[in-house]
Design a protein around this ligand. Structure first.
Ligand code: FES
Length: 102
């Protein structure tokens, strides 16, 4: 069963083309805004645990600051290595907050 989690206040959602990291209840999330949509991914890079929430947005991907692997913001996939996939969470803005389900 999934649990609803409040990731951050709506006002804390990063600006277009930016990412931010939020840790809630022991889970670290990478929140990104690109192309007008807000995306929530696992904040821990599936490669070697780098902080995706401190990465950069490029062409609809978040680029990890450690070794520059890029993950699609909507699917979490990496174009070079199909084994590498960041978990993507549903994102919804509700009552002034960004919420997701884990
Ligand atoms: S830890 Fe993210 S690319 Fe290596």
């Amino acid at each position: 069963m999934s649990t609803l989690v409040r990731v951050c206040a709506q006002s804390e959602i990063p600006a277009e083309g930016k990412v931010r990291e939020f840790t809630v209840g022991g889970t670290t999330f990478c929140v990104a805004k690109a192309g007008g949509s807000v995306c929530v991914l696992d904040g821990i890079c599936p490669h070697q645990g780098g902080p995706l929430g401190e990465g950069e947005i490029e062409n609809g991907h978040v680029v990890c600051p450690w070794h520059a692997y890029a993950f699609d913001l909507h699917t979490g996939t990496n174009d070079e290595d199909p084994e590498l996939r960041a978990r993507v969470y549903p994102a919804k803005v509700e009552d002034g907050a960004l919420v997701t389900e884990v």
